[in-house]
Structures are given as structure tokens and as C-alpha cells.
Write a protein that binds this ligand. Structure first.
Ligand code: NAD
Length: 260
């Protein structure tokens, strides 16, 4: 077991990529915190993990709320004695050309992806420093941390921003034995992506099949979606990596869509 008894706070883990990471981490022996806006779904996910023999708890957390983030992390520390791993993963997508995008929607995207990453990082770094054992901070970036696509301005801006944040965490964290990296997946079939297929089809005036073929998977080497399992395995690798050799990096998991 690569993560035996490590306490992992995973935001947005009641669905999609975060949920898969939670299951994979539990299999590797971690105690996982399902921190999500949707409390019922978070508790149901935690219950499923416990039923399968793992250790998990559901926590209500809107990552844009300083109060909820600080309270959620304090509750974890009180229950399980500290935090070893943060996966800052909660996210949404909004499809719109810049000229039609409202300031409110722009701010909402940046709040969830960047304020959320900052607030959860701050709370978890404080807990890691307090515990004196170091830790691993992993951000869920995207190929859009490196590349741009039309209709996704705030998402692309926020995902690029996470790379900068991870580099600072790597530099500030090293004296506390805290490492930080970004996982950059290509398209993964989750509710977030399923929702945008019809939206992109409408905006671009093409069929849904063409959105998949000519937009989403066009630049992959094999025309395949990345899977939640691919991302979860990368998250295990990064969190269990034993030294500071791997910090301040981004790992692209995208069937070759983006090559560094
Ligand atoms: P998803 O919609 O399946 O899950 C997102 C989860 O985040 C949901 O459980 C939702 O309740 C939660 N969430 C949303 N806003 C929140 C908030 N304010 N506070 C707490 N939780 C909140 O999406 P997913 O595809 O699993 O995406 C997870 C992450 O992976 C996102 O950061 C996304 O940008 C990133 N990502 C996804 C893909 C993809 O193709 N699916 C590709 C690259 C990166």
C-alpha cells in the first residue's frame, strides 16, 4: 500500500475524477476526505468507500468559502490528527465566447478554480506545517494549463494560474518538506465534459459526434479519451513519490494531445 494511513483531502470528490482518486487512494490505504459542495453525494461516496473496506469521511465544503474551507480542514485535523495530501480538484466549466461572457461568470470560474486552490492550499499547508511531517499538494490542472481553446477563456486562464501557484508552493513548501505538482488531463468523460458536448455543438454549429472527433480528441495520438483511472494512477504516483526531485512540475496525461 503506497499511501498507508495518509490523510488525503480531495475537493470535488463526490463526482468524476476526484471520486476515482478517492477510491484509488483508499485502496492504497489512505484515509480520504470527500470534500464537496454536494454534502449528500460526498457522504454517499464516503459510505461506498467504507463499505469496500476503506477509510473515508464526507465533508461539506464550498472551496470558495474561506470559512467552510478552514472549518472543514480543522474538522479533519481534529478527527484524524493532520493532513498529508491535498488534491485541489473541484472545478466547473463554462462555455462562451469572450465577447458574450459576463463578468459574473468570469469571476465565478476564477473563484472556484483559483480562490478555491488558494484557500484549500493555505489551510492544508498550515495543517501540514503544524503536523511537522510535510506533505504533498496536487492541483488538478488540465491540458488547458498549457494550451488554449476557444470558448474557454476563464477556464484556460485559471488552469494556467494553477501552474504558477504550484511553483510557489514548491518553493515555499520545501523547508517544511511539502511538495507540489499539477496533473494536466486531456478530455475525460465525466459530467463536466458530458455537459459541454451539446453546448460546444451549439456554439460551433457542428454535431456532438464532431465535437468529440474534431475538437476534443483531434490532437491526441490515438483518438482516445483519457480515463479517470489514468488520472487517479498519476495522483497516486505523485503523492507517493519519496523525494523533492519531483516538485513544481506538471504532468500531462492526455494521450499525447499536448507534449511538453
Ligand atoms: P465533475 O463535474 O464530475 O466533478 C466536479 C466536482 O466538483 C463535483 O462533485 C462538484 O460538486 C464539485 N464542485 C463544484 N464546485 C465546487 C465548489 N465550489 N466547492 C466544492 N466542490 C465543488 O468534474 P470532473 O471532470 O471530475 O472535474 C474535476 C477537475 O478536473 C476539475 O478541476 C476540472 O477542471 C478538471 N479537469 C477535468 C477534465 C475532464 O475532461 N473531465 C480535464 C482536465 C481537467
Amino acid at each position: 500500500m503506497l499511501l498507508k494511513d495518509k490523510v488525503a483531502v480531495i475537493t470535488g470528490s463526490a463526482s468524476g475524477i476526484g471520486k476515482e482518486i478517492a477510491f484509488e487512494y483508499a485502496k492504497e490505504g489512505a484515509r480520504v476526505v470527500i470534500a464537496d459542495l454536494q454534502l449528500e453525494a460526498a457522504q454517499a461516496t464516503a459510505a461506498e468507500i467504507v463499505k469496500a473496506g476503506g477509510q473515508a469521511m464526507g465533508v461539506a465544503m464550498d472551496v470558495t468559502s474561506e470559512e467552510q474551507v478552514d472549518k472543514g480542514v480543522a474538522d479533519v485535523v481534529a478527527a484524524w490528527g493532520g493532513v498529508d495530501i491535498l488534491i485541489s480538484n473541484a472545478g466547473i466549466q463554462i462555455i462562451s465566447p469572450i465577447v458574450d461572457l459576463s463578468l459574473d461568470k468570469w469571476k465565478k470560474m476564477l473563484a472556484i478554480h483559483l480562490d478555491g486552490a488558494f484557500l484549500t492550499t493555505r489551510a492544508c499547508m498550515r495543517a501540514m506545517i503544524g503536523g511537522g511531517k510535510g506533505g504533498s499538494v496536487i492541483f488538478m490542472g488540465s491540458v488547458h494549463s498549457h494550451e488554449a481553446s476557444p470558448l474557454k477563456a476563464p477556464y484556460v486562464a485559471a488552469k494556467h494560474g494553477l501552474i504558477g501557484l504550484a511553483k510557489v508552493v514548491a518553493k515555499e513548501g520545501v523547508k517544511h518538506n511539502i511538495r507540489s505538482n499539477v496533473i494536466c488531463p486531456g478530455f475525460v468523460r465525466t459530467p463536466l465534459v458530458d455537459k459541454q458536448i451539446p453546448e460546444q455543438a451549439k456554439e460551433l454549429g457542428i454535431s456532438e459526434a464532431d465535437v468529440i472527433k474534431t475538437v476534443m480528441l483531434k490532437d491526441t495520438v490515438d483518438g482516445e479519451f483519457t480515463t479517470t483511472e489514468d488520472v487517479a494512477r498519476t495522483a497516486v504516483f505523485l503523492a507517493s513519490f519519496p523525494t523533492n526531485a519531483l516538485t513544481g512540475q506538471s504532468v500531462v496525461v492526455s494521450h499525447g494531445w499536448f507534449m511538453q
